[in-house]
Write a protein that binds this ligand. Structure first.
Ligand code: ADP
Length: 385
C-alpha cells in the first residue's frame, strides 16, 4: 500500500465501503458512538451503585470502544475514546463532576484507559490497511485476468487464422504437386520403355527420378499438413470396417521393406485379429511408426513389429535399436510440430506432425499410444486398440 497513490487508496476505500452493509458505514458509527459510550458509562455507574464501587471503572468504556472499532472502524473508535476519557474524568477522577481540573497525579489515572483505547484504534487501523491491501491485490488480479482473457482471445483468433492458412495453403499446393508428380512418372515410364537410351537421356531419366522422389516427399508433407488442419477443425472422418489387423500390418511392412531395404521382423498370432477400424488410417499409423523407427535408427539395425491379442485388447509394438528418446520428451513427441533437439540438429528431416496425427487416429479408435525408450538403446512405440 506504501506505493499506492492517494487517489487509488480513495477508490479502494470507496469499493471497500460499498462492499459493507449501509449500517456499517463510518458515518453511522460517528452518529452512534456517543450512544454506545453512554451505555458503557451507564453500566459502569449502575455497577458502582449496585456493588458500592468498581475496581476497573474503564472496563465497560473499553468494551464500547472495541464494539465501535469492530463495526465502524478507526475514526468512530477514536471519537469513542475521546468521549470515554471525558466521561471517566468527569465521573471517576477527583474532583468528581469536573473535567481536566484535578491534579496531574489524579488525571494520570486515565493513562491506562487511553493506552488501551489507542491500542484498539491502532489494531483496527492495521486491519483496515490489510483489508485495503487485499482488495487492491484482488483488483489487480482481476485486471490481469481480464487482460489475459483478451490476450487469450487474440491468440485463439491467431491460431484459427493459422489453421485456416494451413488448410488453404496445403489444399492449393496439393493440386500442382500432384500434376507435377503425374507428368514426371508418365515421362519416366515412357523413357523406361525405350530401348538404347542415349547417355543424355539416361541423365534426364535419373533427374526425373530425383524430381519424383522429392515430389513424393513434398506430397507426404502436404498430406500431413492437411491431416493436421482436418484434426484441428474436427473434420478427420473415419470409415470403419471390420478387417484383419495382420493384413494391414503385412501390407505396410512389405512397402516399408521395399522403400528402405531395411530388415523388419514381424511377429503376429496365427489367428486373425478382426477389429473394426478405418483401414486407411490404421495403415497410416503403422507406416508412420515403422518409418520413424527406420529414420531414427542406424541402417544396420533391424526393426521389430509385434502384434498381440490378449483379453480383447490388441497391442502393436514397433521396436527399434536407435538413439532413443529421453524420458522428459517421451510425451512431448506426440505434440504437433514437436521434434526432439536431437532430431532438430540431425539431418533427418520432418515437421514433427506424424506422431500427433497417429495419436489422434489411435484415440479416435478409443485406443491409446505411448512410448518407452532408453536413450542409446532404442525406442518401443505401443499402440493399444
Ligand atoms: P518427424 O519425424 O517428422 O519429426 P514425428 O511426429 O513423426 O515427426 O516425430 C516427432 C519426433 O519424435 C521426431 O522429430 C523425433 O524427435 C521423435 N521420434 C519419433 N520416433 C522416434 C524414434 N523411433 N526414435 C527416436 N526418436 C523418435
Amino acid at each position: 500500500m506504501e506505493r499506492v497513490s492517494f487517489s487509488r487508496r480513495g477508490t479502494l476505500r470507496k469499493i471497500y465501503l460499498a462492499q459493507n452493509p449501509t449500517w456499517r458505514h463510518p458515518l453511522v458509527g460517528y452518529v452512534l458512538c456517543p450512544f454506545i459510550v453512554a451505555i458503557g458509562i451507564i453500566f459502569t455507574l449502575f455497577l458502582q451503585k449496585a456493588l458500592g464501587g468498581v475496581r476497573f471503572s474503564g472496563s465497560f468504556l473499553i468494551l464500547s470502544i472495541l464494539f465501535t472499532a469492530l463495526f465502524w472502524g478507526t475514526g468512530p473508535a477514536l471519537i469513542a475514546l475521546v468521549l470515554g476519557t471525558i466521561l471517566l474524568d468527569y465521573y471517576f477522577v477527583p474532583p468528581i463532576g469536573h473535567v481536566l481540573s484535578g491534579s496531574w497525579q489524579d488525571t494520570a489515572q486515565l493513562i491506562p484507559f487511553v493506552i488501551a483505547g489507542l491500542t484498539i484504534a491502532l489494531i483496527t487501523a492495521q486491519r483496515e490497511r490489510a483489508r485495503l491491501r487485499a482488495l487492491g491485490t484482488e483488483q489487480e488480479l482481476q485486471a490481469y485476468a481480464e487482460e489475459l482473457e483478451v490476450a487469450n482471445h487474440k491468440l485463439e483468433e491467431a491460431n484459427q487464422t493459422k489453421d485456416q492458412f494451413l488448410s488453404i495453403a496445403s489444399h492449393e499446393l496439393k493440386t500442382p504437386i500432384t500434376s507435377i508428380r503425374g507428368y514426371t512418372q508418365l515421362t519416366i515410364r515412357r523413357l523406361t520403355k525405350q530401348k538404347d537410351l542415349s547417355p543424355e537421356m539416361e541423365d534426364v531419366s535419373a533427374t526425373l527420378q530425383k524430381i519424383n522422389d522429392q515430389t513424393s516427399r513434398l506430397t507426404s508433407l502436404i498430406d500431413e499438413l492437411m491431416d493436421v488442419s482436418s484434426i484441428r477443425a474436427g473434420k478427420l472422418e473415419l470409415r470403419k470396417q471390420k478387417c484383419d489387423l495382420r493384413d494391414i500390418c503385412r501390407e505396410v511392412v512389405k512397402d516399408q521393406r521395399l522403400l528402405s531395404g531395411r530388415t523388419i521382423t514381424v511377429n503376429m498370432p496365427e489367428k486373425a485379429i478382426m477389429i473394426q477400424v478405418d483401414q486407411h488410417r490404421i495403415e497410416q499409423v503403422f507406416a508412420n511408426l515403422i518409418s520413424n523407427a527406420i529414420k531414427y535408427s542406424p541402417d544396420e539395425q533391424p526393426i521389430e513389429v509385434i502384434l498381440q491379442q490378449y483379453d480383447g485388447t490388441t497391442t502393436v509394438r514397433v521396436k527399434d535399436f536407435g538413439q532413443g528418446i529421453p524420458k522428459d520428451e517421451q510425451e512431448r513427441i506426440f505434440e504437433t510440430f514437436y521434434r526432439t533437439p536431437d532430431a532438430q540438429t540431425s539431418s533427418k528431416r520432418g515437421l514433427g506432425l506424424g506422431l500427433a496425427i497417429v495419436k489422434d487416429i489411435v484415440e479416435r479408435h478409443n485406443g491409446r499410444i505411448w512410448c518407452e525408450s532408453t536413450p542409446g538403446q532404442g525406442s518401443t512405440f505401443f499402440v493399444e486398440l
